[in-house]
Design a protein around this ligand. Structure first.
Ligand SMILES: Cc1ncc(COP(=O)(O)O)c(C=O)c1O
Length: 253
């Protein structure tokens, strides 16, 4: 099980959401908790301090622990915790101003995508396909609807100006940034429908964007090479990005 938490101005962003999701992932696979939430926080804050990290991410991984090879759980495992920091520009993300291209690919994953585990071969292959085809992200499609990106939640602003994204369920990861953006939408009076959208609806959307802890909100300007809206980052995506960063800074100030 793993989590990636953004660090802005040396402080963790939306950390409670990441802790809650990690706790849920661990419970779903009956993995013992290696430490309480305060312990995870201390690990993160120590790493940030010791690496002098101002902006970037902390990656945390919890595995069941060393044991003889077997599919079934070992009787008394001692979980292993690995974590590290990575410095990278989040506010001045290289593509925040230009927007990014996405492609669509079939969603070939298993049926418990709500568990944040490192079993991500389909996403690894999808991300590489995006890169090979000159795109930044791949949106995965199941039964005609976009589920999510290989490492991000997927949003459109449809022709009626409604913000659309998949409802939560076992078919997608409950994105921590997704939830934060839905809250911002409520504050900003943007109408929201947690309802699937098709690839066609994405092509015809006014705007599209993706969210992830490591990217915040990134505008999408093309889907499968088709221009979305004006072909420039949309005003709603831009506003959410600015609002998200301001709220994260205010929360950690
Ligand atoms: C499949 C998938 N969906 C969505 C997300 C975005 O989640 P979060 O906003 O919590 O980073 C990720 C992040 O890695 C992901 O891997």
């Amino acid at each position: 099980m793993y989590e990636v938490t953004a660090v802005l101005d040396g402080r963790l962003v939306d950390f409670e959401g990441h802790l809650a999701r990690l706790d849920r992932s661990l419970r779903e696979i009956e993995m013992p908790r290696p430490m309480p939430d305060e312990g995870f926080r201390e690990v993160h804050e120590t790493l940030i301090a010791e690496n002098g990290l101002k902006e970037g991410i902390v990656y945390l991984e919890v595995s069941r622990g060393p044991a003889e090879r077997d599919f079934a759980h070992p009787p008394m495992p001692t979980p292993t915790v690995v974590a590290f920091t990575q410095a990278r520009p989040l506010v001045d993300h290289p593509q925040a101003d230009t927007g990014v291209a996405v492609i669509t690919i079939p969603d070939i994953r298993w049926k418990r995508r709500d568990i944040k585990s490192t079993s991500m071969l389909p996403q690894v292959m999808g991300k590489q396909e995006a890169k090979t085809r000159g795109a930044y992200e791949a949106w995965m499609v199941e039964d005609g609807a976009v589920t999510e990106g290989t490492s991000s939640s997927a949003f459109i602003v449809d022709r009626d100006g409604v913000l659309r994204t998949q409802p939560l369920g076992s078919h997608i990861l409950p994105g921590v940034t997704r939830l934060a953006v839905l809250r911002l939408a409520q504050e900003d009076g943007v109408p929201v429908e947690e309802r699937p959208f098709s690839v066609e609806e994405a092509y015809e959307a006014r705007e599209a964007f993706m969210t992830a802890a490591s990217a915040f909100v990134l505008p999408i300007v093309t889907v499968d090479g088709r221009r979305i809206g004006t072909g420039e980052p949309g005003p709603i995506a831009r506003a959410f990005r600015a609002h998200y960063i301001a709220a994260a800074r205010a929360a950690s100030a």
